[in-house]
Design a protein around this ligand. Structure first.
Ligand code: NAD
Length: 467
């Protein structure tokens, strides 16, 4: 896309933003409903493109992409009036004769950059948050899913003018151009490496960022855990979308006493979920996005096996259709490559520990993860891990669920993300929450104006009350 065109679009959006600055809840709700109508209109086109580009099972793409976005839309429409309403707070000593409240205002024209793994959810949920907050925005989906990106462009074009919201399609060059513009907010979802590029570019304009990144999310299976339940939950969380899920359990830490039992239970769960006919049911199992990632993931596996890890399940792969079968690797050590980068594929390393402290040491040697999963039977153990593990979000005795409740904040910490999203948190990401004081007729603040000569007693009174 021409540089001049991008600059023009940005300028036109800045003009529209001046009108959107004062948009009412009803106007924003009307925009959200337009988006919903366009999404319904292009539902089938989205299904086709996601099946083509990722071989996403219909059930998965319906639930995790389209219905997920529709649920976010419904939730936002239901709650927007309350989020936009002023939030009154009590007066402090300095503001006694006035009224204080906070109220959200749109930050301004925003940029949304999204990844390929959940291309619809991770593009449209931030768009919903931007619309709710009253922001115009430019949206760039991942170039690795060009057909889905094209349908997303049509959806947005069906609901909005380019001067309001637009999708621009392209690769790194286009991202770099977009990042040079003085946006008011950038919502980026992708890898920590590119997250750093985005944050540096944003710093040039002191632009606010929400960074939804990734990392190595552990699943800890404590000696008090129910092994069968843990295995079923980890199997689902790891192999849905063939492991290409930002909050998938990246690796398992299991108490030594349960390690063998867990590997058997995981293998049984994988067979039950994906091999009900004896061979891999590809209709229920996504492909790897491209040959580069296929080579990267199989390379990590080969390296671990060469370093002495043991294949407990799977290991087969077919490059022709970019399939890597669900794979479990036992005897993995922290110094193997498999444990040094986010796997983002269907290979599950199993590491063992003897004491909870040992498990914590392994987790803390890596960057703080986006998610963590704790499997434990005893409340004391759950509380111990909950208090000690620093992760963006946590699910206890299951996987992935903390992303499914829109009342909760979603996001990472440090290397796995900056800022939170979903529901009210997404709305706040694109809003500037202003503290507002309206002075009353008594104007008590005048007592603190000079001359100060006969006012020192006031400090003594203040000290007495603020003790
Ligand atoms: P990515 O960082 O390679 O790409 C994301 C976006 O950034 C794309 O739109 C891409 O065009 C753009 N981009 C790529 N390189 C760039 C550069 N040098 N400069 C500017 N822009 C650039 O990520 P990906 O491969 O699409 O997605 C996988 C990663 O995303 C994983 O790390 C995963 O954990 C993470 N992720 C996080 C979440 C979350 O919600 N936290 C969700 C999904 C994926």
């Amino acid at each position: 896309m021409e540089t001049a065109t991008i600059y023009q679009l940005f300028e036109r959006q800045q003009q529209t933003q001046l009108q959107w600055l004062t948009s009412t809840a009803d106007e924003r709700i009307a925009r959200l409903k337009k988006l919903r109508k366009a999404l319904e209109q292009y539902r089938e086109a989205l299904q086709t493109s996601m099946q083509l580009e990722l071989r996403k099972p219909l059930f998965e793409l319906s639930l995790h992409e389209i219905e997920f976005v529709l649920a976010e839309l419904r939730y936002t429409i239901e709650n927007l009036k309350e989020w936009m309403a002023p939030k009154y707070v009590p007066a402090s000593m300095g503001t006694l004769s006035s009224v204080s409240y906070s109220q959200a205002q749109p930050r301004g024209v925003s940029l949304i950059l999204s990844p390929w793994n959940y291309p619809v959810q991770l593009t449209l949920c931030p768009v919903i948050a931007a619309i709710a907050a009253g922001c115009c925005c430019m949206v760039k989906p991942s170039e690795l899913v060009p057909q889905t990106a094209e349908v997303l462009q049509k959806i947005i074009a069906a609901a909005f003018t380019e001067a309001e919201i637009c999708v621009v399609n392209g690769g790194v060059e286009l991202s770099t151009l977009l990042l040079s513009l003085p946006f008011s907010h950038i919502h980026f979802t992708g890898s920590p490496q590119v997250g750093k590029v985005v944050m540096k570019a944003a710093a040039e304009h002191l632009c606010e960022v929400t960074l939804e990144l990734g990392g190595k999310s552990p699943a800890v299976v404590d000696e008090t855990a129910n092994v069968a339940h843990a295995a079923a939950a980890i199997t689902f969380g790891k192999f849905v979308n063939a492991g290409q899920t930002c909050i998938a359990p990246d690796y398992v830490l299991v108490h030594t006493s349960l390690a063998e039992k867990l590997v058997v239970a995981l293998s049984q769960a994988v067979k039950k979920n994906y091999y009900s006919t004896g061979k891999l049911e590809k209709a229920d199992y996504a492909q790897i996005i491209n040959a580069k990632h296929f080579d990267r993931i199989t390379g990590l596996l080969q390296d671990a096996l060469a370093q002495g890890a043991r294949l407990a399940l799977g290991g087969e792969s077919t490059k022709a259709d970019l399939t890597i079968e669900p794979t479990i690797v036992a005897g993995v050590r922290a110094d193997m490559k498999l444990m040094q980068e986010e796997i983002f594929g269907p290979v599950l390393p199993i590491l063992t520990f003897n004491t909870p402290q040992e498990a914590l040491d392994i987790i803390r040697a890596l960057d703080k993860p986006l998610a963590a999963y704790i499997f434990a039977g005893k409340a004391r153990r759950k509380d111990f891990y909950l208090a000690q593990i620093q992760a963006g979000g946590i699910t206890v005795n299951d996987t992935l669920l903390h992303i499914a409740n829109m009342n909760l904040p979603f996001g990472g910490i440090n290397n796995s993300g900056v800022g939170k999203t979903h529901g009210h948190y997404g709305f706040m990401g694109f809003s500037n929450e202003r503290g507002i004081v309206k002075q009353g007729w008594m104007r008590l603040s005048r007592v603190a104006h000079p001359p100060y000569a006969r006012k020192n007693w006031m400090i003594r009174v203040m000290r007495y009350f603020l003790r």
